[in-house]
Structures are given as structure tokens and as C-alpha cells.
Design a protein around this ligand. Sequence first.
Ligand SMILES: Nc1nc2c(ncn2[C@@H]2O[C@H](COP(=O)(O)OP(=O)(O)OP(=O)(O)O)[C@@H](O)[C@H]2O)c(=O)[nH]1
Ligand SMILES: [Mg+2]
Length: 319
Amino acid sequence: MNLLNKRRMKLFKNFNFDKLKTGLTKTRQKLFDKISETFTGKAVVDDELIDQVEEILVSSDIGIDLTDKIIDDAKKNFKDEKDRSPQVFINQLKKSLSKYVIGSQEKVVEFDSTKKPYVILIVGVNGAGKTTTIGKLALNYRKSGLKVLICAADTFRAAANEQLDVWAERAGVKIIMKGKNADPSSVAYESVQYAIDNNYDIVLIDTAGRLQTKTNLMEELNKLNRVVKKKLEHAPNETLLVIDGNTGQNGLQQAKEFSKFVNISGLIITKLDGTAKGGIVFQISSQIDVPIKYIGVGEGIEDLQDFDINQFVDAIFNK
Ligand SMILES: Nc1nc2c(ncn2[C@@H]2O[C@H](COP(=O)(O)OP(=O)(O)OP(=O)(O)O)[C@@H](O)[C@H]2O)c(=O)[nH]1
Ligand SMILES: [Mg+2]
């Protein structure tokens, strides 16, 4: 392992295939089960069947553009196959789906111990799952042996501090908060200062939910970013946009708009348990060049998983 790899490391890997598969049940029903039904009793996949598969993909949250690409790609590769059975076609489909996501996944940013404190900014629209995700991340980083500080920069919503405080306690980490309506940038600034003074390894900054269409709130995020950078030049080291997996097409819009104001290094798609709209993951990845770092598959502190495209595809396209 070279020095660079040693410094930039994946500190924890959370992955449980069964949990992922259970979480994605509704998405699987909408995609794989429907495709399987179409293939029932058919030994050979012909163009008419492929047209039906195309319709199923379009009506899921994969979207028209990506479906076009996937179907073209799968058709092209399937043409050369001697075995024209449904299983072989499904395998082609899986490969084609992964193909359009894998490129952006190579850009995932990992923890770097030379950047101390390492600062992660969490942003997103109202109710996306930011605060919950911070609690989950804090626990994972602490378990990895890091000294973790949580910064409560959501000074807007009543009870935001209390909610985050509960998560900090669950995760067993320190939290910095100020009164309601304090300037979020000042809480962030002071937290980073505190982390520097007290030898913290990592700072997780929670922010208020904001609609991507509200320019003043988006400017506020940009300011917070600048203020943190002023205190610590390398920070924020990661800016993660949290997207609720149920929001479908709007999630894509959120990613595009937030990117105009802050440099999004990764996405966290939450609430993939219980939604039928998991196909949105493919659409988002194929349309914006930002990797998906984690996915949320439940409300509990252990329910944050690393995103792995091949496992994700397997969890949807398996009985
Ligand atoms: N099922 C499920 N629920 C989740 C997940 N992540 C978050 N939630 C729930 O989503 C709701 C909102 O979560 P919060 O963490 O408060 O969201 P937020 O983005 O901080 O919300 P605001 O600060 O109000 O913008 C809570 O009820 C969470 O329990 C997940 O992965 N799965
Ligand atoms: Mg919150």
C-alpha cells in the first residue's frame, strides 16, 4: 500500500446484503418481479418482450433517457449471445445498469487523517434525513477510533438542537450548540475552532433543511462554507447532499441546484427501505457526476450502508 492510500482510508464498511434486499422489496416488486412476470413461460427473449421490459423500466424511476441507453446497450450485447433465455437477458440488463453508475462512483472521497480536523458538511432539503444520518455517521466514526465532534448549525428549526443532542448521546460524542436563530456560520466557525483546540479528528456539521429554490437560504450555505474555509483552509473536506429516496425525480433537481452553491462531493440517499422508487438511484447517478457514498435503509443508528452499485443491482434483480 502506498503512502497516499494509507492516509486516505475507508474507515468503516457497513454492508448487510439481507438488510439491503429487505429494504428494497418494493423497488424489486416494481422492477424485477414485473420483468419476471413478463418472461413467465417464455424460453426465448424476442424484441416484443424487450419492448415490454422497456416499458417497465420507463415507468419505474429509472427515467426515459437512462432506459433508452440501457435497453440499447443490453440489446446490443444480447444479440451476440447464443443462449437467448430470460436469465441471460436479465444478466445483460444488470451489467448495463451498473455501467452507467460506476463512473461517478470512482470519485468517492474517503477520510484523510492528514487533514485534521477533517470536516464533513451535511446539506439537503427539509426532512431528507440529515440529522439522523449525522447520528449514524458519528457512531461509525467513533467506533473507528476517531475523536468526533458534532456541530449543530441548524439554528432555524425549533427543537433541532434537542434532536441532534439525542443523536450525539446515542453515538457517544460531543456536540457544540448555540441558541435558536444564532448565525449558522458562527456555530460552524466556533465548532471548527473548538475541534482544533481540543485535538478532534473529525467534525460533522448538521445544517437546516432548505428548499433548493430559495436563493437566500442557498446563499447562507455558501457563506457557511466560506466561513469554515476561512478558519481551516482544507475544510470542508466533504460536502454530502442527503436526498430522500422517496422524492423521485425531484431528488435529481435537488442535486443539480445544490451543486450551484456548494461543491457536493457525495450523495446520501435515505429511506430506501419501504420505497418503491429505488430506481431513482440509477437515474441520479447517470445524470450527475457525483458519487453516492451511503444509503439509508432504516431509522436506526446502524442503518447506514456503504453504497455498492453491483450489490445494489443484485438486491433488486434477484428473487
Ligand atoms: N425509514 C427511514 N427513515 C429515515 C431514514 N433516514 C431518516 N429517516 C427518518 O426521516 C425523518 C426525518 O429525518 P431527519 O434526520 O430529522 O431529517 P432532516 O433532514 O434532519 O430534517 P430537517 O432538519 O427538518 O430538515 C425521521 O423520522 C427519520 O427517522 C432512513 O434511512 N430510513
Ligand atoms: Mg435536521
